[in-house]
Design a protein around this ligand. Structure first.
Ligand SMILES: C[S@@+](CC[C@H](N)C(=O)[O-])C[C@H]1O[C@@H](n2cnc3c(N)ncnc32)[C@H](O)[C@@H]1O
Length: 299
């Protein structure tokens, strides 16, 4: 456990533990945080196999040699805490932070994990001293804050020298063709409308979208896989990444995709520039979906 570098403003008692709450201000979109709080309390039931399979996919660019030397890790924007759950047996201690009510879901998922602490805090005010962590990871989070470059910098600040950061930031479809880009622009207009709906209606609409938008592509991808077509062919089908994912994950991602007010997208070059600006080197991008996952070292 890492000592806090400031006092909490209050505490939140969940069924499983007491969570320290820190002030959240500045680089945060409150509507987005509220929406995630609702989302993660609706999707708090992940099964272990699903977490391990998806985790292998997200963490495949983190070499074992790095993992085994991680004493202290920081999960920025932990949501339900599924990635900390995945990492908990591989590393020493994990500090999880998230500014939303998702911490309640995380408390439940991580209830048996004694090497994890959860705090309610945002990336604008991470309650630990700079230069503290061996590993910082933030998956699917920093594209939902107003100033991603500043947020990346804030995360890197918390790393020890030679520590590593793993990020997953939505890509701007730079490596895709016209069909993908057109579908994205259509879905983005839809997101603009759906994200403004009240909670329960939004969840219902996103479930419908999971069925009518995601599932047709998923079914086509599954058929192509059954027909033994090459992975390079299957990957041309939009949303083919979900071919081996459960419907629960697809529903969750549909809500994530269409229900979130603030979402930004970045090119590889923009992410590289942000990491260099934050003081990183050895920047390596994954060449498989989901894009862009990147690992870098603090100089
Ligand atoms: C798509 S979810 C990802 C959660 C988790 N990392 C995962 O992949 O399962 C995005 C998370 O970012 C959190 N978030 C939003 N704004 C944030 C901020 N300013 N600082 C830290 N986390 C934030 C949300 O509350 C939400 O839990």
């Amino acid at each position: 456990m890492i000592p806090y570098n400031q006092s909490s403003v209050s505490t939140l008692q969940t069924k499983e533990r007491k969570i320290d709450v820190f002030s959240v201000e500045g680089n945060v979109d409150n509507e987005t945080v509220k929406s995630f709080g609702e989302e993660w309390t609706a999707f708090d039931s992940f099964n272990e196999t699903e977490i391990y399979n998806a985790g292998d996919n997200y963490f495949d660019i983190v070499p074992e040699t790095i993992l085994k030397h991680i004493t202290n890790a920081l999960d920025v924007g932990c949501g339900t805490g599924r990635w900390s759950y995945y990492l908990s047996e591989k590393v020493g201690f994990i500090e999880c932070i998230d500014p939303s009510e998702a911490v309640i879901a995380a408390s439940s998922l991580l209830s048996g994990k004694n090497n994890i602490r959860i705090s309610k805090a945002g990336v604008d005010n991470i309650p630990f001293a700079d230069g503290t962590f061996d590993f910082v990871f933030s998956l699917g989070v920093l594209h939902h804050v107003p100033d991603t470059k500043k947020a990346v910098h804030a995360c890197v600040q918390k790393l020890k020298m030679n520590g590593h950061i793993l990020l997953y930031l939505y890509y701007n479809l730079e490596n895709r063709g016209l069909i993908f880009k057109t579908l994205f622009h259509l879905s983005n207009s839809l997101r603009w409308m759906v994200s403004k709906l009240p909670g329960a209606i939004k969840r219902f609409v996103c479930d419908l979208l999971a069925i009518v938008i995601y599932m047709p592509f998923v079914i086509v991808s599954r058929i192509l896989i059954k027909l033994n077509l090459a992975a390079s062919v299957v990957s041309r089908v939009p949303l083919s990444w979900y071919a081996d994912k459960s419907f629960n994950i697809i529903r969750n991602d549909s809500l994530d995709r269409f229900g979130t007010p603030l979402e930004q997208r970045f090119s590889k070059q923009q992410i590289t520039d942000m990491l260099i600006h934050a003081g990183c080197t050895d920047i390596v991008f994954a060449d498989n979906a989901p894009f862009w996952r990147v690992i870098a070292k603090k100089k």
